[in-house]
Design a protein around this ligand. Structure first.
Ligand SMILES: [Zn+2]
Length: 91
């Protein structure tokens, strides 16, 4: 199986796409890729309890229409969290 690669923002080298999760404060988690070359972390998204619950729920939904609605709610929440935590000193 071919390994997925992504280009690192910091060193511009290709690195295997391995998603990791780390716990920040107050139940916030960060999903990120870690560059194999320079160890830089590229944030995929931040999640809180509410968002993780939404994602879980979406994975179990069979109704395509509701899935789409939930998807847009998830994206909205991801954007909110990103705005809050990307600039936060807790990182
Ligand atoms: Zn790198």
């Amino acid at each position: 199986m071919a390994q997925k690669l992504f280009k690192c923002d910091k060193c511009f080298k290709l690195t295997p796409l391995i998603q990791k999760t780390e716990n920040l404060s107050k139940g916030i988690q960060r999903n990120f890729f870690e560059c194999k070359n320079c160890k830089a972390k590229t944030t995929v998204y931040f999640s809180d309890k509410r968002l993780r619950r939404m994602i879980k729920k979406q994975q179990t939904l069979n109704v395509q229409e509701r899935k789409a609605v939930l998807q847009s709610e998830i994206e909205q929440r991801m954007n909110e969290l990103k705005t809050i935590y990307e600039t936060s000193p807790i990182l």
